[in-house]
Ligand binder design. Structure first.
Ligand SMILES: NC(=O)c1ccc[n+]([C@@H]2O[C@H](COP(=O)([O-])OP(=O)(O)OC[C@H]3O[C@@H](n4cnc5c(N)ncnc54)[C@H](OP(=O)(O)O)[C@@H]3O)[C@@H](O)[C@H]2O)c1
Length: 255
């Protein structure tokens, strides 16, 4: 699980650490390898999960996935668990500080786009290409897109474009890994509150606008998204592949 120290990734790591519903009485559960850059925050997130989920089996790996060198570290650490990788959820992502496209500073715009690409595309490609060889046949991969892939982000132009790039990667991977019965999908959330993605709480007016765009009248919760990621990697979700699943309270409904 990448991006596991905060927000959606942390909630998803917690969901995988709990006994799986489809296991019924057997109560078997997954070992969860939690990956993110900042060690203290990552370890704090792991402790939180251990305290709230009795019997949780979590490990932490502080690692910046935006560079190819990270692939070997990730592969070695996953291999050291002695277990095959049954599910890979690539939740690491970030919104770079937006450059002003009207300021005439092309270099600044390019820096923003490159940073968005590294944080959202390179992190996923590195994790996937590192771990696919050790994945269980019949496993699941989930990438994390965004509603911004469909309508822009309202801030960083590069962010929505980077998320859209993941859609093509999903289809490519699903085709490549279909013969191994590995499903590959992306989840594209709308506004999810209670994460660190926006560097703190959104301005109240902006949050009101985003919530007002939903038909359910509320922001998404990291747990909403965690449940979907878990389902996609569980036996009942095994026939879903090559899809971009939007989860946004109906924000794009009728638009
Ligand atoms: N929240 C929303 O409204 C929303 C909406 C649409 C899509 N999404 C997408 O959902 C995913 C999770 O978002 P979130 O809201 O939960 O964000 P978040 O709270 O900011 O969490 C992002 C996670 O990614 C990690 N990360 C960032 N860059 C990394 C890198 N280079 N290498 C390894 N780990 C890295 C962060 O930890 P470190 O900083 O310590 O590395 C953190 O654990 C992202 O891909 C985001 O784009 C979120």
């Amino acid at each position: 699980m990448t991006g596991a120290s905060a927000g959606i990734g942390k909630a998803t790591a917690k969901r995988f650490a709990a006994p799986a519903r489809h296991d019924g009485a057997s109560g078997t559960r997954d070992k969860v390898l939690m990956v993110a850059r900042h060690e203290q925050r990552l370890v704090r997130a792991a402790r939180e999960i251990e305290e709230s989920v009795p019997g949780a089996d979590v490990e932490t790996l502080p690692l910046d996935l935006s560079d190819a060198d990270a692939a070997k570290t990730l592969r070695d650490r996953a291999g050291a668990t002695g277990l095959p990788v049954g599910a890979l959820l690539c939740c690491a992502g970030a919104v770079p500080p937006p450059a002003d496209p009207d300021a005439g500073d092309v270099a600044a715009v390019l820096t923003e786009w490159e940073s968005a690409y590294r944080a959202n595309v390179v992190t996923a490609v590195v994790a996937v290409e590192a771990l696919v060889p050790s994945m269980t046949d019949g496993g699941g991969i989930v990438l994390y897109s965004s509603i911004a892939a469909y309508r822009g982000s309202g801030g960083s132009g590069g962010y929505g474009a980077a998320k859209a790039a993941l859609h093509s990667y999903v289809h490519l991977l699903a085709t490549r890994l279909g013969p191994r019965r590995i499903s590959v999908n992306a989840i594209a959330p709308g506004y999810v509150a209670g994460t660190d993605l926006f560097g703190g709480a959104l301005p109240a007016a902006r949050e009101k606008t985003l919530i007002g765009q939903t038909v359910l009248g509320r922001a998404g919760d990291p747990v909403d998204v965690a449940e979907l990621g878990h389902y996609l990697c569980s036996p009942p979700g095994a026939y879903i592949t090559s899809q971009i699943l939007q989860i946004n309270g109906g924000s794009l409904h009728g638009v």
